[in-house]
Design a protein around this ligand. Structure first.
Ligand SMILES: Nc1ncnc2c1ncn2[C@@H]1O[C@H](COP(=O)(O)OP(=O)(O)OP(=O)(O)O)[C@@H](O)[C@H]1O
Length: 302
């Protein structure tokens, strides 16, 4: 039987008159990998900060391992949170971080950490303030993985990590998760890169949950129909349209539907092209515009 690790009901966070997280309801089950996705400012970090007891909610109920997380050491002991710009004391070197880690994480695997240091080519004895942006991110990624915390959060952990290093992260995460299942929440803008890793998706926009669904159900659930405008419009009539583009007599319309054989035959008869929609494209459609903070980021990274 799957156990619920986190239960949030009407969870709310306000900053003055601004509501950053607006009465959200969701659960996180044990031993699953969640993608917490959404545009800049959607409320992802705020949700994770409440779940990890760093800030107090202003409303709703929150239950993490059976109780409210804030100020409960027995709950916090089981959580690892790797922030986007994780900070360490200036006097620390990575070796100090990894020496201190087992004080906080009872499942810390020093051997695994050592292997990851080697994989990421991380200099152990350089002061953290002298590390490159990517090397600093590698420190956080190593702590997050080797902690083997039952509830691990990675909040955009890859800042500055090159494509090779990011793939090492994804590979090690999957390998280790297979042997040591736990609940992992990954917040990222590089959705297509992690799409195959994610088992469940939570999409948040303007403080509200837009989608809370199994990733397999979502994958391939939308289709783009392209071709002559009149034919496209006739094909998509009465279907749930989530995106529409047109140029002259041509149109490309995205529908929230997995098409069956009869639909495919009809599309072929109308001379239409059908293309599956990637997870990233789907979420871009759902949340309005491109999720990438920097449009050049993926091309540079690729
Ligand atoms: N301490 C604060 N005071 C006021 N507003 C805040 C504070 N912290 C966050 N916010 C606001 O709450 C909203 C949600 O912020 P949050 O950091 O959770 O977004 P996010 O989804 O993690 O974004 P990103 O992808 O850019 O990291 C934003 O509009 C942000 O400006």
């Amino acid at each position: 039987m799957t156990r619920t690790v986190v239960r949030a009901g009407g969870l709310t966070k306000r900053y003055g008159t601004f509501t950053a997280v607006d009465a959200v309801d969701f659960t996180l089950e044990e031993n699953r990998i969640y993608g917490l996705l959404g545009r800049n400012g959607a409320g992802k970090t705020t949700v994770m900060q409440m779940l990890t007891g760093q800030i107090f909610p202003d409303g709703g109920t929150l239950d993490v391992f059976g109780r409210e997380p804030a100020e409960h050491a027995d709950v916090l002991r089981r959580i690892c949170f790797i922030a986007e710009s994780q900070r360490y004391p200036d006097s620390f070197k990575p070796s100090h971080v990894f020496t201190a880690a087992p004080w906080f994480f009872e499942h810390w695997d020093a051997e695994f950490a050592e292997r990851l240091v080697h994989d990421f080519r991380l200099p152990l004895n350089r002061y953290v303030k002298k590390l490159s942006r990517g090397q600093l991110s590698a420190v956080g990624v190593i702590v997050g993985l080797a902690s083997r915390a039952p509830l691990t959060f990675f909040d955009e952990p890859y800042l500055g990590l090159d494509a090779v290093a990011r793939h090492i992260f994804y590979d090690r995460l999957l390998e280790d998760y297979a042997e040591h299942p736990r609940t992992i929440v990954l917040s990222t803008h590089l959705i297509d890169e992690v799409a195959n890793l994610l088992e469940h998706l939570l999409v948040i926009d303007q403080g509200r949950i837009l989608l809370d669904r199994d990733a397999d159900e979502v994958r391939g659930s939308a289709t783009t129909v392209a071709g002559g405008r009149a034919a496209v419009e006739s094909f998509v009539a009465d279907r749930a349209v989530i995106g529409r583009e047109s140029l002259g007599g041509l149109a490309s319309v995205t529908i929230d539907e997995r098409l069956g054989q009869a639909d495919r035959i009809r599309a072929a008869e109308l001379g239409l092209e059908l293309a599956p929609v990637s997870l990233q494209q789907l979420i871009v459609h759902m949340t309005g515009t491109d999720l990438r903070a920097d449009p050049t980021e993926q091309e540079v990274a690729a």
